[in-house]
Design a protein around this ligand. Structure first.
Ligand SMILES: [Zn+2]
Length: 279
C-alpha cells in the first residue's frame, strides 16, 4: 500500500472513530443513566475469556512433512487439543478451535470464525520446515507489513499458500489486506497487545526450557493473523525438518510440556495468577 493510501485509510478510520463507529465502543465510558452517583455498582462477574486455538492446515493441506514422516496438520492438532484441555481445566477460559477434525478450513474462514465468536485471543499453532536440517527451535510471529527477516517472509508465504490449496492454485490473498488490518489494529491497540502476547509466549517458553530460535519473536504478513479486533500470534513449535525437533513434537511428554507452557503464556497475558487457578 502506498504512503498516500495508508494516510487516506487512517484519515477515514479516524473519521469513523470520531463518529463513534470504531470498535473502540467496547471501551466507551458507561452512559450516565447506568451510573447513579451514590450507589457503588458491584463488579460484574468476569466472563471467561474466549481463546481461539487455530491448529494449522488440515484435510487436503497437510502442511510441513517431517524427516520421519510426521505431518504438521496432525501434530499441531494433538497439541491444540492438549492446550484446550489445559485452558478449560482452570475455569478461566472458554476455548474454540478453528477446526475440530482433519478437515480443510481456508485461512480467511478461520479469521471469520474467530471474529464472529468475538474471541479475546487468537493463537495459531504450526510446525516449520526448512532446507537446513540443523535448524531447530520454536518461534513466535505477529502481523507486520514488512517482514522482520527473509526467513519470516518466506514462512508467511508458505503458510499463506494454504488458501491456494482451497482455490485450486489461484492466488487468494488481497494485496492490501495486511496493511489495512494493521491500520485498524493500531486504532484498537491490538498491535501492541499482539506483540505483548508474542513476547509473553517467548518468555514463558524460555522459562520452561522450550528451545527457541534466535530472535524468537519475528514479524511477517500472515493472512491468518488479520482479525483487526483480536490480539493474535502464530507459534511455530519446532522444525519437522530437524530430526530431534520432529521426535520431540511426537513425544507425549513434550507435547504436554508445550501445551502447559502455552497455557502459562495465556495466563500471564491475561494476568491470571497460577495460585488462583482452580485445581
Ligand atoms: Zn504451518
Amino acid at each position: 500500500m502506498s504512503a498516500f493510501r495508508r494516510r487516506h485509510l487512517l484519515a477515514v478510520l479516524a473519521g469513523a472513530s470520531v463518529l463513534g463507529l470504531s470498535a473502540g465502543g467496547a471501551l466507551a465510558a458507561p452512559s450516565r443513566r447506568q451510573a447513579p452517583k451514590s450507589v457503588k455498582k458491584p463488579n460484574p462477574p468476569s466472563r471467561p475469556k474466549l481463546v481461539v486455538l487455530d491448529p494449522g492446515h488440515g484435510g487436503r493441506d497437510p502442511g510441513a512433512h517431517g524427516v520421519r514422516g510426521t505431518w504438521e496438520k496432525n501434530v499441531v492438532m494433538t497439541i491444540a487439543r492438549e492446550l484446550q484441555r489445559e485452558l478449560q481445566a482452570g475455569g478461566h477460559y472458554r476455548v474454540m478451535l478453528t477446526r475440530s477434525s482433519d478437515n480443510y478450513v481456508a485461512l480467511r474462514e478461520r479469521v471469520a470464525r474467530a471474529s464472529a465468536a468475538k474471541a479475546d485471543l487468537f493463537l495459531s499453532l504450526h510446525a516449520d520446515s526448512c532446507d537446513n536440517p540443523e535448524v531447530r527451535g520454536a518461534s513466535v510471529y505477529t502481523l507486520s507489513e514488512d517482514a522482520s527477516d527473509r526467513e519470516a517472509a518466506a514462512l508467511a508465504a508458505r503458510e499463506n499458500r494454504a488458501d491456494m490449496v482451497g482455490l485450486g492454485g489461484k492466488i487468494a490473498d488481497k494485496p492490501d489486506l495486511v496493511a489495512q488490518t494493521l491500520v485498524a489494529m493500531s486504532q484498537r491497540g491490538t498491535v501492541n497487545d499482539s506483540r505483548r502476547l508474542a513476547d509473553t509466549v517467548v518468555a514463558t517458553f524460555a522459562k520452561n526450557g522450550v528451545r527457541l530460535l534466535p530472535r524468537s519473536h519475528r514479524q511477517a504478513g500472515f493472512a491468518v493473523l488479520t482479525s483487526p479486533e483480536i490480539p493474535a500470534a502464530l507459534v511455530e513449535l519446532g522444525y519437522l525438518s530437524n530430526a530431534q525437533d520432529e521426535k520431540l513434537l511426537t513425544v507425549r511428554q513434550h507435547q504436554l510440556a508445550l501445551a502447559r507452557a502455552l497455557r502459562a503464556s495465556v495466563d500471564a497475558y491475561f494476568g491470571v495468577n497460577a495460585a488462583t487457578r482452580k485445581a
